[in-house]
Design a protein around this ligand. Structure first.
Ligand SMILES: C[S@@+](CC[C@H](N)C(=O)[O-])C[C@H]1O[C@@H](n2cnc3c(N)ncnc32)[C@H](O)[C@@H]1O
Length: 273
């Protein structure tokens, strides 16, 4: 979804995505992304996975919670959620939901505190690109290993290094640079003439390697294999027959755990040893 939201930015700071970037996006984030029918379908698939890992009273840590939609969902299932984000703007919008069972806090995965956020978590969630600004997955994995209960699960939806839809779509439109923008592992955007910002695209093996010392990985799944990235939601949503067809394929692929190397996001589940 970063392409949709970044497309709205003007005049943000140079360098990696900063919390201020998302401050500027927070107010419209749900309209631009979360409320779109395609995003709802994809989030529904994530929720099906989360349901399997949650029980009433389970302690949950969410990283990059954005506007708090997943926190609300998990609290609705009886979990005790610590929902974090470095963006004050996102936390402000999320806090408006005033959800029972959710505590909001500021946390940047590139500046993890040595103390705090203890909780023997049963589940850690970082959904829809919350970790595409993470500079070092090894540091994150070690930090989480001290905080996740044995048998607990870390679930992450991370924007992938290669997205078939994005590449094919941009090649068709004769935009080869855009088609290949993720392949080097980072891409710099200059949204609407504003200052450039960099989004990171870790490879599947990089994430797996970082977590391997502490967590046993399940086979990664593709999220957004048949359904396109947010920048192309309109292409599908304007054609209900196409949307229905692709949604059916997406659900079938998701249930089989196929498509990670081609998807917009890769869904990782890591079980604490
Ligand atoms: C694309 S939004 C996803 C929000 C939410 N997880 C969702 O599913 O809608 C990415 C989120 O990651 C947060 N984020 C960006 N950089 C981060 C960092 N270094 N540490 C933690 N979260 C970060 C942003 O503030 C934003 O809320």
């Amino acid at each position: 979804m970063w392409m949709t939201t970044l497309g709205r930015l003007r005049g943000c700071g140079r360098g990696k995505i900063s919390p201020m970037t998302f401050d500027a996006l927070a107010q419209d984030y749900d309209v631009d992304f979360s409320d779109r029918p395609t995003a709802r379908t994809l989030r529904g698939l994530v929720h099906d996975r989360l349901r399997a890992h949650l029980s009433p009273g389970a302690a949950v840590l969410e990283l990059g919670c954005g506007t708090g939609i997943d926190a609300a969902f998990m609290a609705g299932l009886g979990a005790q959620v610590t929902a974090t984000d470095p963006s004050a703007g996102m936390l402000h919008v999320a806090a408006r939901r005033a959800i029972e069972g959710v505590r909001f806090a500021a946390l940047d995965v590139n500046a993890l505190p040595s103390d705090g956020f203890g909780g023997a978590y049963r589940l850690v969630l970082a959904n829809f690109g919350a970790l595409n600004g993470c500079g070092d997955f090894s540091v994150l994995a070690a930090w989480l290993s001290d905080r996740v209960a044995q048998g607990g699960v870390v679930c992450m939806a991370i924007m992938s290094r290669f997205c078939l839809w994005e590449t094919a779509w941009n090649l068709l439109r004769l935009k080869p640079q855009r088609a290949a923008r993720r392949w080097r592992g980072s891409a710099t955007f200059a949204p609407l003439g504003g200052a450039p910002m960099t989004v990171l695209y870790p490879s599947i093996s990089e994430v797996m390697r970082a977590f391997a010392p502490y967590f046993a990985p399940a086979r990664p799944r593709g999220l957004g294999v048949a359904l396109p990235p947010s920048e192309m939601f309109g292409v599908v949503e304007r054609r209900p027959w196409l949307s229905r067809r692709l949604t059916g394929w997406e659900k079938a692929l998701w249930s089989r755990g196929w498509g990670a190397p081609l998807a917009d996001h890769v869904w990782f589940e890591m079980v604490k040893r």
